[in-house]
Design a protein around this ligand. Sequence first.
Ligand code: ZN
Length: 246
Amino acid sequence: MNKIPVLCYHNISRAPYFNVKKRSLHTTTLNFYLQMKLLKFLGYKGLSISDGWEYITGKKVGKVVILTFDDGYVDNFKNALPILKKFGFSATLFVVSDLIGSYNKWYYKEANMIKPLMDEDQIKVWLDSGMEIASHTRTHPILTDLDEKSIEDEVLNSKIILERKFKVKIRHFCYPYGKYNDLVISYVKKANYESAWTLDRGRYKVGDDLFSAKRINIPKDANIIRFYIKLFTDYEDKRGNILFSI
Ligand SMILES: [Zn+2]
């Protein structure tokens, strides 16, 4: 049974000290560095979804970990990109297509925190550095709450917008808040995505459904031991039905 850890990060920066919710979405730059260093030390390669596609689809077997970043924060560009480059790794950034250069409009009030999102130039540098971008809808809605026309608009048009703007193929999708159902999946397939990633916990197992694919969230307080346990034991797999909180 070939299991591949697909890691889900949000912010790579220190969580603010003032009273904000969603602090758990932050991984410090130092922790991120140590995590990537451990992967390298253990002989693993960190790859974007497309770079790791042959492993995900079972055509190749090897020591790989898939790296994904949700939402497209500027701190990923400033803090994670240099580390990824240092270790020769690649990663997938799930971009909210209508909020490029803007901020986390979908939950800044609730989180009591404005977090800037990468602008067009930063995404271009990200791509030129060998990284991948993929779609996280146009506006980051709860897709399962939308009517069919709006689902199609968010799922399909985000792909079209990103492909036109950056002249790259957008192959993969990520559900905002991890919310999906059969109707949403049908539109993701109709838009010709090759995979769609959730917030369901567990390691991806080759052969799993690629449109409700599991990931491993790396929370703020994940020290290096906990990081190891999450990636390389069945700790996360046993929590498969628990949605990790975002
Ligand atoms: Zn998101």
